[in-house]
Design a protein around this ligand. Structure first.
Ligand code: ZN
Ligand code: ZN
Length: 165
């Protein structure tokens, strides 16, 4: 995206003309980085440090090896990989960006989907009714994650400046 395009996007967000999926409240979830397996597993596995087969003890947000006290995060129920925490929207974003619900990205390979930094739309494309306080938008535009990183930084910076004024 050009500098000019990025600037216009940031201005649009700040003026409330553009809605981005980052405006949807998120909650933390644990996902497996390797497979789509069940995301909690409590059974015994090899400790990465002492290599003993251990039954982990749950100590708050992580698991602890009773032998050597090594801490690991929750494990995948399928492949046993350590889960990573991801922020997921609290409602299905297809309900906000309607083209997504109608399969706009259905045929996209995972590698392409991972390049998406942000889904956005002009608020003027919203239907008269919303859902859970969010607009129902009849378009969905995509921004590359590199562009989104830059745009997000600028948005946060500008919002911060407004608060300080
Ligand atoms: Zn897994
Ligand atoms: Zn151990």
């Amino acid at each position: 995206m050009s500098e000019e395009g990025l600037r216009e996007f940031v201005k649009g967000v700040l003026r409330g003309e553009i809605f981005t999926d980052y405006q949807i409240a998120r909650r933390a979830e644990h996902h497996c980085p390797k497979c789509e397996g069940p995301t909690q597993w409590l059974g015994p596995t090899d400790c990465p440090k002492c290599e003993k087969l251990v039954d982990w003890i749950f100590t708050g947000p992580s698991w602890e090896c009773p032998e050597c006290e090594t801490k690991v995060g929750p494990r995948c129920g399928e492949c046993k990989a350590e889960l990573v925490e991801v922020q997921v929207p609290t409602i299905d974003i297809g309900l906000v960006f309607l083209p997504l619900a109608f399969g706009a990205l259905a045929d996209w390979p995972k590698a392409e989907i991972e390049k998406i930094g942000c889904v956005w739309a002009f608020n003027r494309t919203a239907l008269p009714r919303g859902i859970n306080g969010y607009p129902m938008l009849t378009e969905s535009r995509l921004m590359h994650k590199d562009d989104w990183t830059r745009a997000h930084k600028a948005i946060v910076r500008e919002q911060q400046r407004e608060i300080e004024i």
